[in-house]
Design a binder for this molecule. Structure first.
Ligand code: FDA
Length: 497
């Protein structure tokens, strides 16, 4: 006998059959608003105009993620996945155009399991980088991990795009140090490296988040760190010859021994030279005197500490403590616009002079420059999707931020003008950019015939991935031919051979 009323069958009722209801949040749930905004790191997307998800699912186990994908496929509900929410364009929790979608928020899946003997760890995507650094050094202070500088960054997005920090010259990107992973694919299957195969495994280590499924955890190779490291932070003004120093830095920093990373932050007429040396002051001072005497680095400027102490010290200075690495509440209160470039040939001094004039224009932001060379540059360009390798001198990140809605016009314009000004001095054909510094000005996908078109993806995709973009698109066609996992800058499927 047929039931008088058909059982309700929609996305939410499908989910409630396999995911505990306390992990599901509809727009009408009282906790929805605070949960959605909990890791919105670019405050401009807190606006009422932002297209928000219909549902948020907070899985606690891989099987919850599998059920969410299965129900999403059955009921035509697209998913976006959020680990740490640091995406500069907010693509993990908002859609640029109105469309129904749900967010899989991995913040409840954040275990870090260390195997000190093997020097490996399994880390869940919802962990933040600070939680890895903390757990690794608690287990064994001789080990560390090379990833980003800001402790609240989520593992899921960061590893998916490469991920680099102060040890990039010694150990490469975070993704270079991933040795296995568990991913829920577009069919809701949970696959490890063996089951997914080497092409799929290649794609998830740097091909950008959200295109190939939901990575729930990663196995990483931990790296040895010296018992004592040294940090210095030296400010130089344009009036004290900072432009000469920057012009020299770009030639020296990429060829220094790989234990030494000196990055630059240029803001207004001030330049901060910030360094991490994987060793003690007594070796660093003669090295600096021999290779970069113009900077005037002296013993009194050395801050010796353990590697784990250097991790909060770099972004927070003397006030940063190791316990801060576990703090999941971010203090970012800024609206932001971010762009990136890569430099292969030294920029002439006369151009640096012009750059510093741009840095005092109305709405000017900050230029953060990370030198390459060493390990990050020695990995072959096609070994992972992250292609910015041999011969690259440095990466530039143009960071611009403002406070208060409506104050963004000048800073946004400055970023675009600065980017236009820099064109002759940076990489060309393609003009390379770092996928983890997401920038939708580079282009967005067009959906044609139900899938993101390869032609539209190529516009932004070759900037992030160079020749690796085509291989990524072919892998996408194999693992997600219907383009279920998609967003404005996801890898489109390429079917033709
Ligand atoms: P978020 O959750 O927003 O995800 C980013 C993208 O990955 C989205 O498309 C999302 O859908 C996808 N994704 C997330 N989890 C996934 C999963 N489990 N499986 C599949 N796809 C997934 N970068 C760097 O290299 N070095 C640095 O030092 C810094 N510093 C820094 C500081 C600050 C304050 C910010 C805001 C950002 C950075 N970044 C950075 C950039 C950062 O690496 C980048 O934004 C990462 O993608 C963030 O990862 P989250 O998981 O936090 O982001």
């Amino acid at each position: 006998v047929a039931a008088p009323y058909p059982a309700k069958d929609d996305f939410l009722s499908c989910l409630t059959r396999s995911v505990p209801p306390k992990l599901l949040f509809a727009k009408s749930s009282p906790a929805y608003g605070s949960l959605w905004s909990s890791t919105v790191r670019n405050i401009k997307f807190l606006s009422d105009k932002t297209v928000r998800p219909l549902y948020i699912i907070t899985p606690m186990e891989p099987c919850h993620v599998q059920s969410t994908v299965a129900c999403g496929r059955r009921h035509g509900m697209r998913l976006r996945v959020r680990s740490g929410g640091h995406d500069y364009e907010g693509l993990s929790y908002r859609s640029d155009k109105p469309e129904p979608f749900a967010v899989v928020d991995l913040s409840k899946m954040r275990q870090v399991r260390i195997d000190g003997k093997q020097a490996t760890a399994w880390v869940d995507s919802g962990a933040q980088l600070g939680e890895i650094y903390y757990a690794v050094s608690k287990a064994t202070p001789k080990l560390g991990f090379p990833a980003g500088v800001c402790a609240t960054i989520g593992v899921g997005g960061h590893f998916s795009g490469g991920g680099f920090g102060m040890m990039l010259r010694k150990y490469g990107t975070a993704a270079d140090n991933v040795i296995d992973a568990k991913v829920v694919d577009a069919n809701g299957k949970l696959l490890d490296r063996k089951a997914m195969g080497e092409d799929y495994f290649w794609a998830i280590r740097g091909g950008g988040g959200s295109s190939f499924g939901i990575v729930v955890s990663w196995q990483i190779k931990l790296v040895p760190v010296a018992p004592t490291v040294t940090v210095f932070q030296i400010h130089r003004g344009v009036q004290d010859g900072a432009i000469d120093l920057v012009a020299k830095w770009q030639q020296i920093a990429p060829s220094l021994p790989e234990d030494l990373m000196i990055r630059i932050m240029a803001m207004g007429q001030d330049v901060l030279f910030e360094a991490l040396y994987l060793g003690g002051c007594k070796d660093l001072v003669p090295l600096m005197n021999a290779r970069f005497p113009e900077l005037g680095m002296m013993q009194a400027m050395c801050n010796e500490m353990s590697w784990i102490e250097s991790v909060p010290y770099i972004p927070l200075g003397k006030t940063g403590t190791v316990k801060d690495l576990l703090n999941r509440t971010s203090n970012i209160r800024a609206f932001g616009k971010y762009k990136s470039d890569y430099v292969r040939d030294p920029i002439p001094k006369a151009v640096w002079e012009k750059i510093f004039t741009c840095l005092i224009k109305p709405g000017a932001g900050v230029m953060i420059m990370d030198p390459y060379g060493g390990k990050i540059s020695s990995v072959p360009e096609d070994a992972t999707p992250f292609p910015h390798r041999q011969g690259m001198l440095f990466n530039i990140q143009y960071v611009n931020y403002w406070f208060g809605e409506g104050a963004g016009a000048l800073p946004t314009q400055w970023s675009r003008d600065m980017y236009a000004f820099m064109e002759p001095y940076v990489t060309k054909n393609p003009r390379q950019a770092y996928v983890n510094y997401r920038d939708m000005d580079l282009g967005v996908n067009q959906v044609v015939g139900g899938v993101s078109s390869y032609a539209s993806g190529k516009v932004w995709g070759e900037k992030y991935f160079k020749g690796n973009f085509e291989r990524l698109a072919r892998i996408k066609a194999k693992v997600d031919p219907e383009d279920y996992f998609r967003n404005e800058q996801s890898i489109p499927p390429l079917f033709k051979y």
